[in-house]
Design a protein around this ligand. Structure first.
Ligand code: SF4
Length: 384
C-alpha cells in the first residue's frame, strides 16, 4: 500500500500524514460532565489504540469537566468539535491537542463577520496553543452557498459531492493564505460512494493535505463495519487516508470496538486482503444510525436502534433508508434525507417521514408506529 505523500501534522503525541502509521480515532459516548465515566472511557479508547479521542463539549460545565478529564488522562490526545460555536476554541484550547471545525457551521452566528475572519480566529488560537485543526466537511451540513452554487453538478447518487470538495478546497486556500498549515481535512457522508468520490477528487487537487477518513452514521455491527470497509478499502488501497474514524452505534461500554474495527481494516488493506461486500451499493433497506456521543439524552437510544434494525428486517429488498439519531441537536437535521427518521429525546422519540414530522412517541410504542409507516411506504413503492 503506497501512501500519498502528505505533509506531517502533529496532534499531541501523534503525527498524522508524512508517511507515519495511520492514526485511528474514536469518541467518548459518555456524558462529558460525568468526569469519572468520560475519563474512564477516554482511557479505555486510548488503551485500545485510539491515537486521538474526541470529547463533546456543549456548555461551560462541559469545559470545566474537560479540564478535569485532561488532568486525569494526560496520556490520551484529546479533540473537541467546535460545532456551531467557533469561539469555543478559546475555552477548550488549553485542554486539547486538536480541534475540528465544520465549514458549514461557520454561517450560523455573527453574520457580520466574514468566513475568513472566523477561520483566522481559529487558526491564530490553534497556533498559540499548539493545536492541530481538522477542516471537517460533512455532506449533511455543507456551507449553504456552496450547496446552491453546485446544485445539479453531480450525477444521481453522488449529489453534494462537488459542493463538499469545493468547500474543503476553499478552506484550505484560506488557511494557506493565513500561513497556517497544521491542518487535515475530512469529507464525510453516510454513503460510502460519496466518501470515496469526494476524497479521491480532493486528493487529486491537494495531494499533500492529510485526509481523515470516515463514513458517518454507519450504524450497527456488522453493517456499519461493512459500509466503512467499502469506503476505506477503496481509499486506503490508493494511498489516500492518514487517519480514520469508524463511527458505530454501540453500547457505551463497547466503544473500543470502533478502534478494533478500524485497526482490522488497516491491517487487512496493508496485507492486501479485501473483504468488502458491496451489498450497500446495490440498494435495499439501509439503516443509518449515529455513533452516539455525550449528547445522547437517553441510552435507550442504542437499544432502540438495534430494535429498529430487527423489526424492519422484513423490508430488506426495498430501497428505503431509515435513520435513527441519538439527540435533539443533530437528530432533526440529520434525519431529513432519510425516508423514515427517528430522533431521540429524553422521554420520547420523534418520528419523521422525510422532512415531515409525524409526532413524538414513547420509547415503547414508537416501533409499532414506525412499522405502520414502513408498511405504507412499501405499498407506495409497490404502486409506483
Ligand atoms: Fe451525538 Fe447527536 Fe450526533 Fe448522535 S446525532 S453522534 S448523539 S450529536
Amino acid at each position: 500500500m503506497k501512501r500519498a505523500n502528505t505533509r506531517p501534522v502533529r496532534a499531541g503525541t501523534v503525527i498524522i500524514g508524512g508517511g507515519n502509521p495511520i492514526v485511528v480515532q474514536s469518541m467518548c459516548a459518555t456524558r462529558t460532565t460525568d468526569i469519572e465515566a468520560t475519563a474512564a472511557q477516554a482511557k479505555m479508547l486510548h488503551e485500545a489504540g485510539a491515537g486521538l479521542v474526541r470529547i463533546a463539549v456543549d456548555s461551560a460545565k462541559d469545559v470545566a469537566a474537560l479540564a478535569e478529564i485532561r488532568a486525569r488522562v494526560p496520556e490520551a490526545n484529546l479533540v473537541v468539535d467546535l460545532q456551531e460555536n467557533y469561539r469555543l476554541i478559546t475555552q477548550v484550547a488549553p485542554h486539547v491537542n486538536k480541534v475540528r471545525y465544520n465549514p458549514g457551521h461557520l454561517y450560523h452566528h455573527e453574520r457580520q463577520k466574514t468566513v475568513r475572519e472566523k477561520v483566522a480566529f481559529i487558526a491564530e488560537t490553534a497556533a498559540r496553543h499548539d493545536l492541530a485543526v481538522r477542516v471537517g466537511v460533512n455532506c449533511g451540513s455543507v456551507d449553504p452557498d456552496m450547496d446552491a452554487k453546485f446544485e445539479g453538478a453531480d450525477p444521481p447518487g453522488l449529489e453534494g459531492v462537488t459542493a463538499m470538495v469545493e468547500s474543503a478546497l476553499e478552506h484550505c486556500a484560506i488557511l494557506d493564505d493565513l500561513r497556517f498549515d497544521r491542518y487535515v481535512v475530512s469529507l464525510k457522508d453516510s454513503d460510502p460512494r460519496k466518501v470515496i468520490e469526494s476524497n479521491v477528487r480532493f486528493a487529486v487537487v491537494r495531494p499533500e493535505v492529510p485526509l481523515h477518513l470516515g463514513v458517518t452514521e454507519a450504524g450497527m455491527l456488522p453493517d456499519g463495519a461493512i459500509k466503512t470497509r467499502i469506503a476505506f478499502e477503496q481509499l486506503l488501497s490508493r494511498g489516500i487516508g492518514d487517519t480514520i474514524r469508524v463511527s458505530l452505534t454501540l453500547p457505551f461500554a463497547e466503544k473500543w470496538r470502533e478502534v478494533e474495527v478500524g485497526r482490522q481494516i488497516i491491517a487487512d488493506v496493508e496485507a492486501g486482503r479485501f473483504r468488502s461486500v458491496p451489498q450497500f451499493l446495490e440498494g435495499g433497506l439501509n439503516i443509518i444510525s449515529c455513533p452516539s456521543c455525550s449528547r445522547v439524552e437517553n441510552e435507550a437510544f442504542v437499544d432502540l436502534a438495534f430494535k429498529v434494525k430487527e423489526m424492519t428486517a422484513y423490508a430488506k429488498e426495498y430501497d428505503i433508508t431509515i435513520a435513527v439519531m441519538g439527540c435533539r441537536v443533530n437528530g432533526p437535521g440529520e434525519t431529513d434525507d432519510a425516508d423514515l427518521g427517528l430522533w431521540c429525546a429524553p422521554t420520547f422519540v420523534n418520528l419523521k417521514k422525510g422532512e415531515q414530522e409525524l409526532g413524538a412517541f414513547p420509547y415503547d410504542t414508537v416501533l409499532d408506529r414506525l412499522k405502520e409507516e414502513l408498511d405504507r411506504l412499501i405499498e407506495e413503492k409497490k404502486a409506483a
